[in-house]
Design a protein around this ligand. Structure first.
Ligand code: FES
Ligand code: FE2
Length: 314
């Protein structure tokens, strides 16, 4: 299960967006899953495939944190335990469970483990715990292997080209200068610092293993970070989730404004990236690279050494 993407804690959305009484279907690395809140309002995740005849549990109903399959009405709780088999009061329900996955709520986010036996806990960014920080999220499906999307998020030299009219505008005038790109390993992944000739301050972004990036925007006196999470739905498609973290313009009513500007930037990337050949990032030797490709090459190394080839079993 979770071919080439197993045994990671990944962000699957905002805690506030996972409402009691509503199931959220999602696909991660080829597995169909359903998220919901159990009877105690704790987040839960099941493989979205009834153990009886394989239909999607998410087409059924959720009442009091118990999922009822739409086909023959079997019921399951957040641990996957079977609570009812209609017409069969003598059924051995303990042998008729659905499959649950580890899920947590931390830092205002919902985290899912792509496997069954985590040895660690999710490690949210400290930005999520800063006073006054509010979150909003949005997502889009890109026709791209997730590694190309992830590398793009770590790649700063593309800004004045792909994002001429948006975020790249601010660095466009420096593009004939030199950029120094540093990659500092951290327990969570890496801190990337870019120093552009002519600018006095480095810009910073973090790579958060395995599939997220946090961009530190420089707005004097204000905190605004963007997190980009690149989750494979399958070999050909990636769910790009952007979380905006901000300590100003905190009203929910302003979310659409932030969403609109994020969408515009993401579409600029998508238009270029979906043309990548080969679809999945190749070993470094198969493409030409330069000094400022250090972060993408470092990611690529981690991908081939620690991520690709993984799969979960139980
Ligand atoms: S398929 Fe789910 S109860 Fe029969
Ligand atoms: Fe971009």
């Amino acid at each position: 299960m979770f071919a080439d993407f197993a045994n990671h804690w990944i962000i699957v959305g905002l805690a506030a967006d996972l409402r009691a009484g509503k199931m959220q279907p999602l696909t991660v690395a080829g597995e169909r899953l359903v998220l919901f809140r159990d009877s105690e309002a704790r987040p839960a995740a099941l493989i979205d495939r009834c153990p009886h005849r394989g239909v999607a549990l998410s087409l059924g109903t959720l009442e009091g944190g118990i999922v009822e399959c739409p086909f023959h009405g079997w019921k399951f709780d957040g641990t996957g335990a079977n609570c009812l088999v209609p017409w069969n009061p003598d059924a051995k329900r303990d042998q008729l469970a659905a499959t649950a996955l580890p899920v947590r709520e931390a830092g205002g986010l919902i985290w899912l483990y792509t496997g069954f036996a985590p040895t660690t806990e999710p490690a949210p960014s400290e930005t999520l715990f800063k006073p006054g920080v509010v979150l909003s999220a949005q997502s889009a499906l890109w026709n791209i292997h997730w590694t190309r999307a992830m590398e793009n998020m770590l790649d700063s030299p593309h800004l004045p080209f792909v994002h001429k009219g948006t975020i790249g505008r601010f660095v466009a005038k420096y593009r004939h200068g030199r950029m120094e790109t540093e990659w500092f390993e951290e327990p969570y992944g890496a801190r990337i610092e870019n120093i552009i000739e002519g600018k006095d301050k480095p810009s910073r972004l973090d790579y958060r293993y395995p599939n997220a990036m946090e961009l530190f925007l420089e707005i004097p006196g204000r905190l605004m970070h963007l997190m980009a999470i690149c989750t494979p739905e399958n070999q050909d498609q990636t769910r790009l989730t952007i979380v905006t973290l901000r300590d100003f313009a905190r009203s929910k009513l302003l979310d659409p404004f932030f969403r609109r500007s994020n969408r515009r930037i993401a579409l600029e990337d998508q238009a270029i990236l979906e043309s990548s050949l080969p679809a999945e990032v190749p070993p470094a030797g198969q493409e030409k690279s330069v000094r400022t490709d250090r972060p993408t090459l470092a990611f690529r190394k981690l991908y081939f050494e620690r991520i690709k080839g993984s799969s979960a079993s139980r």
